[in-house]
Design a protein. Structure first.
Lengths: 117, 106
């Protein structure tokens, strides 16, 4: 059974950093591209970033370029999102997802990040 | 950037109804479109990929169609467990979700 479990969320002050993790199990992690998708409170979904199966390629939405870094450790079957220079508008639940081609086939349960002073 | 417009924003329907949700892209997206279902308090779930392909385990009452800029998700006979918000998502150029259609029971 595919499982994706996010962790690392919480309350953080504006301008500070936070690193999210997503532990994967139930599939061969290094065979799949992975992504982060976020959802602000009571709002819709937004794609955040994607990383290729081997980590060689990364893609970001414009609003997080230069601030967020997606990475992965295939030996640990874990996906990461390093978030720097956080802003109030980054407040959201962050989901990790396993991609099949460009579709988010499996999702974690999400971790809430609240950026506030 | 490609904009995705979903309509209606809220839809009320009765159990057993045939329900149609619409998604319109600001330019041709060449069928590169998925539909996701999100129930209250849960993570989204993939229903339909590449316009009309049913994801494994999804009931056959769900179907998708469309081309060019106009796409549709149809539920042939609405069930109580289908109450959710439905999002379309394009990956033809960049990656964009629609704002969602909230489906309620009448």
């Amino acid at each position: 059974e595919v499982q994706l479990v996010e962790s690392g969320g919480g309350l953080v002050q504006p301008g500070r950093s936070m690193k999210l993790s997503c532990a994967a199990s139930g599939f061969t992690f290094n065979n799949y591209d992975m992504a982060w998708v976020c959802q602000a409170p009571k709002k819709g979904l937004e794609w955040v970033a994607t990383i290729s199966y081997d980590g060689s390629s990364t893609y970001y939405r414009d609003s997080v370029k230069g601030r967020f870094t997606i990475s992965r450790d295939n030996a640990k079957s874990t996906l990461y999102l390093q978030m720097d220079s956080l802003r109030s508008e980054d407040t959201a639940t962050y989901y990790c997802a396993r991609l099949i081609y460009n579709s988010f086939a499996y999702w974690g349960q999400g971790t809430l990040v609240t950026v506030s002073s | 950037d490609i904009q995705m417009t979903q309509s209606p924003p809220v839809l009320s329907a009765s159990v057993g109804d045939r329900v149609t949700l619409s998604c319109k892209a600001s330019q041709n997206i060449n069928k590169n479109l998925d539909w996701y279902q999100q129930k209250h308090g849960e993570a989204p779930k993939l229903l339909i990929y590449y316009t009309n392909n049913l994801q494994t385990g999804i009931p056959s009452r769900f179907s998708g169609s469309g081309s060019g800029t106009d796409y549709t998700l149809t539920i042939s006979s609405l069930q109580p467990e289908d109450v959710a918000t439905y999002y379309c998502y394009q990956y033809n150029s960049g990656y964009t979700f629609g704002a969602g259609t909230k489906l309620e029971l009448k």
